[in-house]
Every structure is written in C-alpha cells, then in structure tokens.
Design a protein around this ligand. Sequence first.
Ligand SMILES: C[S@@+](CC[C@H](N)C(=O)[O-])C[C@H]1O[C@@H](n2cnc3c(N)ncnc32)[C@H](O)[C@@H]1O
Length: 224
Amino acid sequence: MAAGDLTQSEEEVAAVYDVTADLYANQFPSTEPEQQIDVAMVAYFAALLPSDHKDVLDAGCGAGRMLPVLVAAGCRPVGVDLSPEMIRRAHQDHPEFETRVGTLTALPYPDGSFDGAFAWYSTIHLPDDRLSAALAELRRVLRPGGHVLVAFQTGRGVRDVAHGIRRHGLDVILLRHHRTPSQVARMLQNHEFEERARLVRGPVPPESDGQAVLIARARTVTDR
Ligand SMILES: C[S@@+](CC[C@H](N)C(=O)[O-])C[C@H]1O[C@@H](n2cnc3c(N)ncnc32)[C@H](O)[C@@H]1O
C-alpha cells in the first residue's frame, strides 16, 4: 500500500491479520473487549432465529472466539475468515467447529445456507464498494427471512489502527473504515434487509470510538 492510500487490498488485510493472529488470539480468547450490552445483542440476534433455524455463519470469525458465545446463545455456527493464520488458530483453539478461509465478498457457500449471518467487527476494513459486495453475499447465503448482525466502530473516515500492533514490534498498517449507524442501516436497506434492532453506545475506555451493532432481517417475497 502506498502512503496516503485510503484502502487496502484483501491480501494486505489478510497479511496483517496473519502476523497478528497469535497476538490477537492470546489477548482476546473470549469476550474480554466486549461490554455486557454488546454480548446481549448476540443473545438477542440468536433469539430472533426460530428454534429449528439456528445455522449461523460467523463471517470474519478471526480465531473463533465468538463461536462458543454463539453456541451458548443456542446457535449452530461455522466460521469463515480471510486470514489463513486466524483460521489456523481457530482450528487450534476451537477444533470442534468447522472453520475455513474465505472472503466476505465471495463467500464459499451456496445460496440459502444459513439462518443467521454474524459479522462481528469483520466488515470494518472494507471500503464502501466492497462492503456493499459483502452485504450482497451475506444476503445471498441467508435463507428467506434470515437475520444478519453487523458490529462496528462508529464515526467517519478511514484510520490506521495498527499503533497497538506496532508496539509489539510488527511494522504494519491496518486501515479501518468508520461509518455512522445510519450509513450502515441505509446500506442494509439497499440490500433488502429491514432493520430489527440497533445498539449504539459511546466508547468505554480503553476504546477510543463508539460502537454499534445492527440486526436486520432479509426481506422475503411476501414482505414486498
Ligand atoms: C477485528 S477482527 C474480528 C475477528 C472476530 N470477529 C472477533 O471478534 O474476534 C477482523 C477479522 O475480519 C477478518 N476479515 C477482514 N476482512 C475480511 C474479508 N473481506 N473477508 C473475511 N474476513 C475478513 C480479518 O481477517 C479478521 O480476522
């Protein structure tokens, strides 16, 4: 990536997560960075899925720390992530789950494979055009009436958020695309999702940004 560029390719993002996979997985084996209210949104998302329709794609699962959280909420999750090293850690730390390498912008699953699509801080490195492609893919792999959850840091603009990683001696840049909840809600609407729930909260130290979790339902033919 050239200095001043405002996007990174998927290969560049994967390379950053590859070198930080162990650091990330050791630092956050479970929901250490989350607030109770964030985890409550995971439970609410799971509760919105009908009891016999709990197949969930953890889309951008990283090293898999949210897979047991989804199970505890009653879901049957599988995971996909861009970074082969993150997936290696997911296999190591959570061998009971099926996880594989793949991108949100071309998901390796047939249409209508899941009841829920769970994107927990995994769309944050996508510029708008690729976020739009990812939402279309999440929509495609959902069954009619399925639900999507998108969690992200709020705000505007693009920031390099790798200072914490560089403190560990790794010379990397990682760009994060900040959006307002309304911007993401509008994009979900453009992809035939109707909003069902929204959490917006201010930063809790050591966070430097507000956080949002949006849950939306895929419209069906009978909704139109
Ligand atoms: C901040 S981490 C969050 C990981 C996990 N959801 C968690 O909460 O621990 C962002 C993750 O998204 C993944 N990611 C980024 N862009 C992606 C893409 N286009 N497709 C799939 N995964 C992606 C990264 O490899 C990384 O594992």
